[in-house]
Design a protein around this ligand. Structure first.
Ligand code: MN
Length: 129
């Protein structure tokens, strides 16, 4: 029961506006035995994060309306959600991106295309603390 003390919620919230990437992440995470809460845009992700307190959030960066940095700022600025680890998912495979995103406050970083082992290792890193 010790895990219950550090993890108020359960499941992994995936905030991603691309259906194909969403389906791939759900497939991989389900294969790992995790339940997934999907959100197809930033505002929906924020609402779910606040209501359900997931154990981990995987968040796309490039989304219309509210992008990944906006989601990050909202959740890290809120006492009730700031302890939930948020991993950035980005297709901006450019030099310096990791440093920029980690500097902004993300707890982890994954670049697209998503690889099974990369996602598995990143998720395990945050859920086995
Ligand atoms: Mn996107």
């Amino acid at each position: 029961m010790t895990g219950a003390l550090s993890q108020a919620g359960s499941g992994i919230l995936v905030i991603e506006d691309n259906d194909i990437n969403m389906d791939l992440m759900i497939y991989i995470l389900n294969a790992m035995g995790h339940s997934v809460i999907p959100a197809l845009n930033g505002p929906a992700g924020l609402a779910i994060a606040r209501a359900q307190r997931p154990a981990l959030i995987l968040c796309d960066i490039q989304m219309p309306e509210l992008d990944g940095l906006g989601v990050l700022r909202a959740l890290k600025g809120d006492r009730s959600t700031r302890d939930i680890p948020i991993v950035a998912i980005t297709s901006q495979a450019m030099v310096g991106d990791r440093e920029k995103l980690m500097g902004a406050g993300f707890d982890g970083y994954l670049s697209k295309p998503i690889e099974f082992d990369d996602l598995r290792l990143e998720v395990e890193k945050h859920l086995t603390k």
